[in-house]
Write a protein that binds this ligand. Structure first.
Ligand code: PRP
Length: 213
């Protein structure tokens, strides 16, 4: 907490609207953030002494670990991948999807027989944990930064490890879910020092969000 303000880092993109909705239900208004044309990066709610900013998903746990934000909202995929030292305090119940291994139907056999395969993903830590530690399968992990489904289509990889929400990206590209790694959803995370220093305020906020969520 700086100058009496709690700072909250929110994830840009898919989770942003649902997060705003939840905070507003909890009586925390963030009118300025609805203006899509604004280039402003930080928004202040003077009345409630809160500051909000939007960041790229993978950066949210970084801001929270270093205390630049006291609180963050990010997908559990990002939290698992980034492995930052933060407290995960609440499942916000939206942004539900699954982390999956996907590929052309015929690659299912390569998975069963523990072949040395190539895996394209934005989530190398999650892929490594899944294949190496859970499945005890040695694979070659290739990091991509988006449109991961291209991997098996153009022959970069055999399969992908990626988020599946509606499944339409896979369907439209003739790929299938081959294995489910884990379910995912939006989570609230808290800086470890802030949790000690501002326990009461943060606990109240958690309770309020849980109540309206
Ligand atoms: C995510 C994910 C899949 C897609 C899944 O990508 O990486 O590509 O959404 O959603 P669906 O099951 O509803 O089709 P995103 O749109 O975030 O873009 P990116 O691939 O460029 O990262």
């Amino acid at each position: 907490m700086k100058n009496g303000y709690l700072t909250v880092a929110l994830t840009k993109g898919r989770l942003a609207d649902k997060t705003l909705e939840l905070f507003e239900k909890a009586g925390i208004r963030m009118d300025e953030m609805h203006d899509r044309d604004t280039r402003k990066l930080i928004f202040v709610n003077e009345e409630q002494k809160l500051r909000f900013f939007l960041a790229k998903g993978p950066d949210v746990p970084t801001y929270v670990e270093y205390g630049a934000a006291d609180i963050g909202v990010a997908g559990s995929d990002i939290i698992m991948e980034e492995k930052r030292r933060v407290y995960e305090v609440l499942d916000l119940g939206f942004g539900k999807c699954r982390m999956c291994v996907a590929g052309p139907a015929e690659t299912g056999d390569l998975l069963k027989h523990h072949e040395m395969i190539r895996v394209a993903t934005k989530y190398p830590n999650i892929a490594r944990e899944y294949f190496y530690n859970q499945k005890h399968q040695t694979v070659d992990i290739i990091k991509l930064n988006g449109s991961v489904e291209l991997g098996p289509i153009v022959g970069l990889s055999d399969v992908i490890v990626d988020i599946v929400e509606t499944g339409s990206t896979l369907r439209e590209n003739e790929l299938e879910v081959l294995e489910v790694v884990c379910p995912l959803s939006a989570r609230m995370i808290v800086n470890q020092v802030s949790m000690q220093m501002d326990t009461e305020r943060i606990r109240k906020l958690i309770a309020k969000l849980r109540e309206v969520g």
